[in-house]
Design a protein around this ligand. Structure first.
Ligand code: ASP
Length: 305
């Protein structure tokens, strides 16, 4: 399906769609720098429908809409909505489609956006579905790599080493990003405890598993994630509590990394990257959030602009 009709999974993007979107996003960055953002979403309404906690995704979609002249219906805590009365996702989505031109949906079920898109007359955006995918995060992560590595286009990532660190089993941002990077023949390095390794369905034969120390020596991008405690089965919770500390990136680790390495994290961090690293020029995670808003501005412009 065309992503402008429903953005369900990252597989809807090929190289051409990425190039087209990133050209728009680059233009929006320029508009922001000049303080003259085109108000192309004036009169348009986004419904933010979040069944799971969110800080960055919900507020960046909000800002992305408002900065372009649009407005937002924020539903961030479904406990206070009719969902608590037992309403189905399909009915909630259909209702919101009466008021909004586009819906950003975060939900604990991996197939929620797909199901919603089948009944929803307006475009739906997957804003994070369970342990499945988080496609707009992958788009902003890729954009961050392009900008931070000072590339002209994503195709120049070919042959670069991207090391994924942490919970690669339940981390949906990793799932979407790994799929997206396959378009560009990136070398994928996996740094994770055996119980949280990347699912085989997402692997390719030349992916390599490494220790954090080895990965630090070769990585062009280090993509660190937290352990998704809320998604771990009960039997793993005790065993994996505190596992993040084995993958902690501090000043000592950064000293072993390439001077040009880009350190990323989708956030929130819960100890995986020491605060002392924040001042390192390679620490890109807060700039990554800024790129996130701009990329989502581009996504919304494409869908309802
Ligand atoms: N914020 C990201 C997500 O919603 C990453 C995380 O929660 O660990 O998936």
């Amino acid at each position: 399906m065309e992503w402008r009709r429903a953005l369900v999974e990252i597989g809807q993007f090929g190289g051409a769609e990425i190039a087209e979107l990133f050209a728009v996003v680059r233009g929006i960055e320029g508009e922001l720098e000049e303080g003259k953002v085109r108000q192309v979403l004036a009169g348009k309404v986004l419904a933010n429908l979040f069944y799971e906690p969110s800080t960055r995704t919900s507020s960046s979609f909000y800002a992305a809409m408002v900065r372009q002249g649009g407005s937002v219906i924020p539903i961030n805590d479904v406990t206070y909505s009719s969902v608590s009365k037992g309403e189905t996702l399909a009915d909630t989505v259909r209702t919101l489609a009466c008021y909004a031109d586009v819906i950003a949906l975060r939900h604990p079920a991996d197939d929620a956006t797909l199901q919603a898109s089948r009944v929803c007359p307006v475009p739906v955006i997957n804003a994070g579905n369970g342990k499945g995918e988080h496609p707009t995060q992958a788009l902003l992560d890729l954009y961050t790599m392009v900008r931070e590595l000072k590339l002209e286009e994503a195709a120049e990532l070919r042959g670069r080493v991207v090391a994924f660190v942490g919970d690669l089993l339940y981390g949906r941002t990793v799932h979407s990003l790994v799929k997206l990077l396959r378009l560009y023949s990136v070398k994928v390095v996996l740094v994770a405890p055996a119980a949280l390794q990347l699912p085989y369905t997402l692997r390719q034969p030349d992916d390599v598993e490494m220790s954090l120390a080895d990965a630090l020596a070769v990585a062009d991008v280090l993509y660190v994630t937290r352990v998704q405690q809320e998604r771990l089965p009960v039997e793993l919770q005790g065993e994996l509590r505190g596992v993040g500390f084995a993958y902690r990136v501090g000043v000592a680790e950064m000293a072993r990394a390439k001077p040009s390495m880009v350190l990323m994290h989708p956030l929130p961090r819960v100890g995986e990257i020491e605060v002392a690293v924040d001042g390192d020029a390679r620490a890109a995670y807060f700039r990554q959030m800024r790129y996130g808003m701009v990329v989502r501005m581009g996504v919304l412009r494409g869908m309802v602009g």
